[in-house]
Each structure stands twice: as structure tokens, then as C-alpha cells.
Design a protein around this ligand. Structure first.
Ligand SMILES: O=C(O)CCC(=O)C(=O)O
Length: 286
């Protein structure tokens, strides 16, 4: 009975939040409102006690993701990330030893055939998970989220050039996973224009069009936009393309910033990525 009551409240909280954001667009999608909603959200839907959502590593954060832009561009050295060389070497070994043709076949009929996963995204006892869970990264993420962070997936991605139109993650979108959430995109090889860089629109520009189309933060009904459509709302001069050498990374709130991976033109892009939400995200991945 209590469970049904809590689930109904959860439903109500989601609907109210989405509806109000949709109707009022950017005006209501501001920090105090989000904080208030997050506060009630976690208390309504989470079985976690208040202590279990407290950030753990926040005091060690050596950098901050600004609230206005909701992204931080940096590199592994500046952020003091450890074990990058080992993680990168392991990723490159995987690239050399993986059966890429078999991976391509496996992905061929799926929604994003161009994105080859070289590791299982689920966190596990491996060095990719350990890299993503290191205190220096968790501290920055928790400082931004304001609550304990959970790594929900990590990726070693090879994005390959394929014929055809841009699709799924190659179109402009925001992620639906939680009210606030961070993804990191870390170069395992130099990223150039022809490899299809990660591209995003900082939050202060993205939020101008939250209320213009689709239902706010709803994956299923959220329209994805091609470049032409996006340019008609937010001019290209506000788009940020992440190109640069090995070890560069960007931490982005992908729930708040429109983003996409450009279609690789000639060469594949090799990237490490990790995604963090609160411990009780609004969308639970299976
Ligand atoms: O491939 C990329 O750079 C972007 C991937 C993406 O859109 C996502 O992880 O949500």
C-alpha cells in the first residue's frame, strides 16, 4: 500500500515537473527550482536515507563545473586524474585485439550502428570502471550534483564513418536520465573535425529552447534535431566542438545541454566516456 502510494507520488512529481518545465520553458528551468524539485524528488522516490545521498568526496574537488554553462573543459593532467596511461593503453589493446567486423555486424541493425562498444557499459571490477570512479572525478561531479554521484555506465567507444544520414546520438538531444547528470568525454586519440567530434551547446544557450518543442526531458517524445533545425533556434557560433589531443576531456551536464556526436567523415573517433547521475535517477536503466 505504502509502495503504491509512493509510486503514485513519484508519477505525480514527474508529470508536474515535466509539465511545468514544458509550459514555462527556460524561465522555470533555473537552479533554485531544480534544487527544490531534486530535494522533494529524492525524498519522495528514494528508499535511500538522507545520509546515503550525501556527497562523499566533494571537499576534494579541484575544479568546478560552472552553474551557468554546466560544462567544464579540461585535461587529465590539470584535473590530476590518475591511471590515465594504463586505462588508455588497455583501451588501445582492446582496439587492436577486438573483432571489429563482428562488432559492426552486431550493431548493424541497431539504432546507432556507427558506435562500437569495446567494453560492457555496466560498471564492474575492471580498470575502466576504476578510472571513472576515481575520487578526483567523483568529487567534481558531486560538487556539481550536490548529492552523491553514481556511475551508471562507462564506455570505450569507436565511432566509425558510415554511409547515410545522421541518426540517434548524431542528432541534437538532451539525455533523460535524471534532473542533473554529468557525462565525461575523454579523448583516447586526437580528435579532429573529420573524426566527428562531440559537440554541445552550453546551458545558458540550450535553456532558451527548452520550452519550444517536445516535452521537457522526455526521452520517448523528445524530438531530436538535425543541424539545420538547431541552427534555426541557436546559431552555430554558440556550438562547442570538442577537438584536441589525447587526454583532453569535457564534463557536461547532458540533461541540460543539447549535444550530439558529429558523424565521422573519414576516420573513426576513439573515446572514453562515463555517465553519472544521482543514486536515485529518474530513469532507471535496465
Ligand atoms: O558520441 C558522442 O559524442 C555523443 C554521445 C551522446 O550523445 C550521449 O552519450 O548522450
Amino acid at each position: 500500500m505504502v509502495r503504491i502510494f509512493m509510486l503514485s507520488l513519484r508519477r505525480l512529481a514527474i508529470t508536474t515537473f515535466d509539465k511545468s518545465q514544458y509550459l514555462l520553458g527556460a524561465h522555470i528551468a533555473n537552479w533554485p527550482f531544480e534544487q527544490l524539485m531534486c530535494f522533494f524528488w529524492r525524498r519522495l522516490v528514494s528508499s535511500s536515507s538522507a545520509e546515503s545521498i550525501q556527497p562523499t568526496a566533494i571537499s576534494h574537488a579541484i575544479a568546478e563545473i560552472p552553474e551557468a554553462t554546466k560544462y567544464l573543459a579540461s585535461n587529465v593532467k590539470t584535473l590530476g586524474l590518475r591511471d590515465f596511461a594504463e586505462m588508455s593503453a588497455a583501451a588501445h589493446r582492446l582496439l587492436e585485439t577486438s573483432d571489429l567486423e563482428a562488432l559492426k555486424k552486431k550493431k548493424a541493425d541497431g539504432p546507432n550502428p556507427y558506435k562500437l562498444d569495446l567494453v560492457d557499459p555496466a560498471p564492474g571490477p575492471d580498470l575502466f570502471t576504476a578510472f571513472a570512479n576515481q575520487p578526483a572525478l567523483i568529487a567534481i561531479v558531486e560538487r556539481y550534483l550536490g548529492v552523491k554521484a553514481r556511475l551508471y555506465e562507462k564506455y570505450v567507444w569507436l565511432d566509425i564513418p558510415l554511409e547515410g544520414e545522421a541518426t540517434t546520438t548524431q542528432l541534437w538531444h538532451r539525455d533523460p536520465d535524471d534532473f542533473r547528470g554529468i557525462k565525461i568525454f575523454l579523448h583516447l586519440d586526437e580528435v579532429t573535425e573529420e573524426k566527428g567530434p562531440f559537440t554541445f551547446i552550453p546551458a545558458q544557450h540550450s535553456k532558451k529552447i527548452y520550452g519550444l518543442f517536445g516535452r521537457f526531458r522526455r526521452y520517448a517524445t523528445n524530438r531530436r534535431l538535425n543541424d539545420e533545425e538547431m541552427a534555426s533556434y541557436i546559431p552555430e557560433e554558440f556550438w562547442v566542438k570538442r577537438m584536441g589531443p589525447v587526454g583532453e576531456l569535457v564534463l557536461v551536464d547532458t540533461m541540460a545541454c543539447f549535444h550530439k556526436g558529429e558523424k565521422p567523415k573519414k576516420k573513426p573517433r576513439f573515446l572514453f566516456s562515463a555517465a553519472y547521475t544521482s543514486v536515485s535517477p529518474r530513469v532507471e536503466w535496465k
